[in-house]
Design a protein around this ligand. Sequence first.
Ligand SMILES: [Zn+2]
Length: 113
Amino acid sequence: MVPQDFGLNCPEYTMQRIDDYGDLPETLSRGVVFIIGNRGNEWLAALSCPCGCDSKLLLNIMDDVHPYWRWTVDKDQLITLSPSVNRLTGCKSHFFLVKGRVDWCGRPLSFQQ
Ligand SMILES: [Zn+2]
């Protein structure tokens, strides 16, 4: 079990592109949302769970497949995802990612004991 810090010391998330021929890194570090797909045809967002549990979160970003997430980046590559990310399994983290910052919706379940 990896010690979790539940978002403490979590860096701001910035966007990095990977085109269709690129590979997602084996391990993802917090602070990066990988956007996968060629420009204009992005299909997947991948990030490491901000709670520190090391889970790899994969989000569909194709708007013709539900559910999907919208994403925007600002000039500093800080990323916003909507709607929120709500994990139903594992750490059950529920958070918004707004301009790179993690905004928790309550604390992860495992932190409430
Ligand atoms: Zn987590």
